[in-house]
Design a binder for this molecule. Structure first.
Ligand code: CBY
Length: 427
């Protein structure tokens, strides 16, 4: 009889001895490694179209214990002499990638000058917020990446400023919608800051409470974006959301998130070709192996993944095989109350960008556009000479049948009879 109440007590005691940093992790077991192989194949055999794409891939590979010297050198080369060319978040990803999971014996060589440059860029973001109605130079996802990187590598930032900045809920919204990617990246950044504060004890108790509250609020918001199939936000925000939930498991109950269900749905999405973009693959792989960006400062990140034999075949594209047949779509440019419509014929399997190029050729006055390469592929910067502007929170939104798309122009495969639109919008 005595044991019956002593056991739970012992359990409670043991539980309270587990450090609060220990997280709830669910990860892929070996029988599902074929999905990971597909991701690795996409990441390693892609031709990177932007500097941050290769940095995202390098970061991801290192976090799962795969060291690729050629890729590392490629990322190193992008930083030579010109960290000024990058936005703050791009530089943060590059630092994370170059410094992640050092194999023993390797020196931290880049960190100092790149970190100083990141500190400056972070200050420029804050300055811009002060002078432009709270709008950073880039966005709050990048600000979170900045804080995470500065925190992990002991760069300079003010905790009070961070606590203040991250307490404005408005910063987590894009176009009136809570951005799961942004909220989740903020949870990672704040968790890092929180851990350093806990170590420094009393120093900033007020900040600690503020940051704690903020993490709890964000975790609640992230969980409220959980879909019936287990995705959190959408397919592409689920990876970073998983990371945030791994490091904050003390903020929610076990019944609030079924991690296995999320994994199963992600496998389905991998099979559907949704992760054939190297950055998409890079962002989902670490959480599938139970890793988060907070593991960047670990000295070894070994896993069983390096046993996987990666082929040199180019990743499969989602272009259907009968691409000789044609399809017809409606395409319009919409600027406030003006609509400029047209009909376009493209080969089956074409992406949104192919439609835009064809329309531009047909009528350059109405359909001319410019783009730049982002980590996720081409990003439309202007249509008809009208440019997106971060300070005014304007951008060109992609829609199909009136619904906003969750893929960019280079990835979204168009369908026969579809109503495509690029719309001048505010976020
Ligand atoms: N990364 C960034 O700076 C981007 C942060 C991010 C939250 C990002 C999503 C998440 C991520 N993991 O990187 C983000 N998008 C932002 C902030 C934005 C805004 C950018 C403006 C700014 N101030 O920096 C903005 C304008 C609201 C935006 N995204 C627009 C778009 C559309 C692009 C259309 C175009 N002009 O080309 C689009 C296509 C949505 C639409 N229907 O118009 C879009 N974004 C999408 C779909 C996405 C997802 C990409 C998924 C994919 N497979 O291609 C995204 C992952 C991402 C990139 N956006 Co934004 C979000 C998602 O669906 N989960 C840091 C940097 C270092 O890499």
């Amino acid at each position: 009889m005595r044991h019956s109440y002593q056991l739970p007590l012992m359990g409670l005691l043991l539980f309270s001895l587990i450090p609060s940093q220990l997280c709830k992790i669910c990860e892929v077991n070996e029988e599902n490694y074929s999905y990971l192989k597909h991701l690795l194949n996409t990441m390693i055999n892609s031709e990177y179209t932007s500097k941050t794409q290769s940095a995202n891939v390098l970061l991801s590979l290192r976090l799962v214990g795969i060291h690729n010297q050629t890729l590392k050198q490629q990322v190193e080369r992008t930083t030579e002499g010109k960290p000024l060319n990058f936005t703050s978040g791009q530089l943060a990803v590059i630092i994370l990638a170059l410094e992640a999971c050092h194999p023993t014996g390797e020196n931290f060589t880049y960190k100092e000058n790149l970190l100083r440059s990141l500190e400056e860029k972070f200050q420029d973001e804050i300055e811009n917020m002060k002078t432009h109605d709270g709008n950073p130079l880039t966005n709050f996802y990048q600000i979170s990446l900045d804080v995470l990187t500065l925190c992990l590598f002991n760069g300079n930032y003010s905790t009070t400023e961070v606590a203040e900045l991250f307490n404005h809920t408005k910063n987590y919204y894009l176009g009136g919608q809570f951005s799961v990617d942004t909220g989740a990246m903020a949870v990672l950044a704040l968790t890092c800051v929180n851990r350093t504060l806990t170590n420094e004890q009393i120093k900033a108790e007020k900040n600690l409470t503020k940051i704690d509250e903020c993490i709890r609020f964000l975790v609640k918001k992230i969980l409220s974006e959980k879909k019936e199939n287990g995705l959190i936000g959408n397919t592409f925000s689920t990876g970073v959301a998983m990371q945030a939930l791994f490091v904050s498991s003390k903020c929610y109950g076990e019944s609030e998130w079924n991690c296995q269900q999320t994994l199963t749905t992600i496998f389905k999405e991998i099979s559907r070709g949704m992760f054939n973009n190297p950055t998409a693959a890079a962002q989902i792989l670490p959480p599938l192996m139970g890793r988060t960006y907070l593991n960047v400062t670990s000295f070894h990140c070994d896993s069983d993944l390096d046993k996987i034999n990666i082929s040199n075949d180019a990743p499969e594209s989602n272009t259907p095989s009968n691409s000789s047949s044609s399809i017809h779509v409606h395409y319009s440019v919409v600027i406030i109350n003006e609509t400029y419509p047209t009909n376009i014929t493209v080969p089956n399997g074409s992406v949104f960008l192919d439609v835009m190029k064809k329309a531009q050729k047909q009528n350059p006055t109405k359909f001319r556009f410019t783009m730049e390469q982002s980590a996720w592929g081409p990003y439309i910067t202007s249509v008809q000479g009208l440019y997106a502007n971060n300070n005014k929170r304007t951008y060109w939104e992609l829609l199909s049948g009136g619904k906003s798309l969750s893929q960019g122009v280079g990835s979204y495969v168009v369908h026969n009879g579809e109503n495509l639109e690029v719309r001048w919008s505010k976020y």
